[in-house]
Every structure is written in structure tokens, then in C-alpha cells.
Ligand binder design. Structure first.
Ligand code: FES
Length: 223
């Protein structure tokens, strides 16, 4: 997957492309991801990054007409160097706030920052790992204190176009499975098993989402 200069994401290799929406409980808290669509996967796909396409999630050339500035500004230091650490009894929480896409799974139940303190209790440990596994952006990572290794759910490579019905907006591209992302300058981004890539064009942390799609309720026009 390549970030093109001031243009779309170029995806090669027939990567599965689906749509997922944030599911919520009666209290409006994020509880799961629900598949709401499926796209035909093609050998090469151009996915909109400027937020203006009339054929979302695909590029229709609007970036050129709109003079889209897609400059990538995200810090490229390794995730673990940038993340804050919070040690719990069973797991350690790593948190790189700049990556937050505001999907809010960390606030369901007690917050993830409270749950990490209780991870010696299996019930709370399961909630904690679930909160992290659903974190679209990879902002949050759990480290197993016994092994020192990250706890990652097994994920195949795929891209999800996301929707956030509770907030009445569309969301980022949810990139899973350690898909390789290459900058417009040719440099690889660090491989991570969950990433949220901006597709509204408004992020201040491009190419990653920073939650700006929620301002004014950005919609990709498909809902
Ligand atoms: S899609 Fe989230 S900031 Fe653009």
C-alpha cells in the first residue's frame, strides 16, 4: 500500500476490502466492529485520501481539482519509543496518543487505563485485551509481562472502510494484519498490526487519522 503524493492510496496485491461500522450498546458505548459491506478486491485499487471523491472509497480524481495537500507529517520514530508505558499486574499498556482515531473502545467498561491496573483478575484482563484489540489505530498495545512480547490477535491482511453511525460520520481506513505502508517519499512505515489511515483529508497527522473526521461529521457520501 503506497501513499501517493497529494493523491490517493495505491493498494496492490488484491488485498480484501470491506466496510465495517462501530457497533454500540444501549448506552452508546463502542462494543464491536460490524461488517456492513464488501467490495470486489482488484489487483490494484486507488483509495481516496482527500475526502472529496464522489465514488468513495475509490479515488475519482477530486484531489487534483481540489488542490489537496496530503503532506505526510507523522513522526516516524518506532512506536515503542513514542508510546507511554503503564504497567499493570499481568499486562503493560503502551499508549501513543497521537495515533488516536477516536473509536472509543478504550472508554467502554472502565477505561483501558483503569482496567490495566486490574489485569491480575481474568475477567478484567479479558476486557482489557478486548478494548485493545478493537482499537482501530493501534494507539494501544498490550505487552504480556511474563514474555515481554506484544499480545496481538491473529489478523489477516485486509482494509476496512469504516463508518461511525453513533457519531453520524464516516471514519478512516482500518488497515490490519501488518500490511506494508510506503510513504510517498519511498520510505516504509513501521509494520503494525492495526493502523488507521486518514481518508477525510483533514488529519493533522497524515497519513494517519487523528480523529478530525468527527469535526463537522465528515461523510464519505455513501450513507
Ligand atoms: S479519517 Fe480520521 S482524520 Fe481523516
Amino acid at each position: 500500500m503506497t501513499v501517493t503524493k497529494d493523491g490517493p492510496y495505491k493498494v496492490e496485491g488484491r488485498v480484501p476490502l470491506i466496510e465495517q461500522a462501530i457497533g454500540v450498546n444501549a448506552a452508546g458505548e463502542s462494543i464491536n466492529w460490524q461488517q456492513t459491506g464488501d467490495f470486489e478486491s482488484k489487483p490494484t485499487m486507488m483509495l481516496c485520501r482527500c475526502g472529496q471523491s464522489s465514488n468513495a472509497p475509490f479515488c475519482d480524481g477530486s484531489h487534483a481539482e481540489e488542490g489537496f495537500d496530503g503532506t505526510e507529517v507523522a513522526d516516524r520514530a518506532p512506536y515503542e519509543k513514542q508510546a507511554k508505558r503503564m504497567e499493570g499486574p499481568r499486562y503493560t499498556l503502551l499508549d501513543q496518543e497521537d495515533l488516536c482515531a477516536i473509536a472509543r473502545f478504550c472508554d467502554t467498561h472502565k477505561t483501558v487505563w483503569e482496567e490495566v491496573e486490574k489485569t491480575d483478575d481474568p475477567e478484567h484482563a479479558a476486557i482489557f485485551l478486548d478494548q485493545i484489540s478493537n482499537c482501530v489505530s493501534g494507539r494501544l498495545v498490550a505487552i504480556d509481562n511474563e514474555t515481554g512480547e506484544p499480545v496481538h490477535a491473529q489478523r489477516g491482511q485486509r482494509i476496512s472502510v469504516t463508518q461511525d453511525p453513533a457519531e453520524e460520520c464516516s471514519g478512516p481506513l482500518y488497515v490490519e494484519g501488518g500490511l506494508r505502508v510506503v510513504s510517498a517519499d519511498g520510505e516504509d512505515y513501521e509494520l503494525r498490526n492495526r493502523m488507521a489511515l486518514c481518508r477525510c483529508g483533514q488529519s493533522g497527522n497524515k497519513p494517519f487519522c487523528d480523529g478530525s473526521h468527527m469535526k463537522g461529521g465528515w461523510s464519505d457520501g455513501t450513507r
